[in-house]
Design a protein around this ligand. Structure first.
Ligand SMILES: COc1nc(N)nc2c1ncn2[C@H]1C[C@H](O)[C@@H](COP(=O)(O)OP(=O)(O)OP(=O)(O)O)O1
Length: 158
């Protein structure tokens, strides 16, 4: 049986930039990503997304839109990761380094894909153009994608 882990992943954007964080420890250490993590018991996915954004980047998100649903499996690991991707241009506070993440603004035309998860370069174009998307990725180790599906969708189906 496959166990499921539900996680959030939040991107804060302005007109030409996106806020990423360098993961300092744990899963994805050393790579740039959005902010997020496991949804805790008793909170909604949206609440988890806001909490992780505050904890990891020091900013309060407003009007988060859920834009992506990504499922990940890793060969030899019976856990399915279900990652809910959120985006917003509205936030308060100044990004600040946390125990887990070092935030930095990147120009959207100059993203550090060589230091990001391999799936990101596939779905970032959809995120950046404001589409909704749904995908499945099977990884071998943490670098190689064996197969995937990715669709631009009208609405996210759970
Ligand atoms: C496999 O491909 C992935 N790509 C991208 N871009 N992001 C991913 C991928 N797999 C997971 N993620 C995201 C989902 C979450 O935002 C983080 C992982 O969160 P983490 O495991 O660190 O969760 P926390 O609750 O913060 O962990 P602690 O228990 O260590 O606090 O990566």
């Amino acid at each position: 049986m496959v166990a499921k882990k539900v996680l959030s992943l939040v991107f804060v954007r302005d007109a030409s930039r996106i806020l990423l964080g360098l993961k300092k420890r744990g899963f994805g250490q050393g790579w740039w990503n959005g902010f997020g993590g496991k949804v805790e018991p008793g909170e909604t996915i949206h609440e988890g997304a806001l909490r992780e954004l505050k904890e990891e980047a020091g900013v309060t998100g407003h009007e988060l839109q859920e834009v992506g649903l990504l499922k990940f499996e890793f060969v030899g690991d019976p856990v399915l990761l279900e990652v809910h991707v959120f985006s917003t241009t509205k936030y308060t506070g100044q990004p600040s380094e946390s125990e887990e993440m070092k935030p930095r603004w990147f120009d959207v035309d100059d993203l550090p894909f060589s230091q990001m998860w391999a799936d990101d370069s596939l779905w970032f174009p959809l995120l950046l153009k404001g589409s909704k998307f749904s995908g499945y990725f099977l990884f071998k180790g943490h670098h190689e994608i064996l197969k995937y599906t990715l669709d631009e969708v009208e609405r996210l189906e759970y």
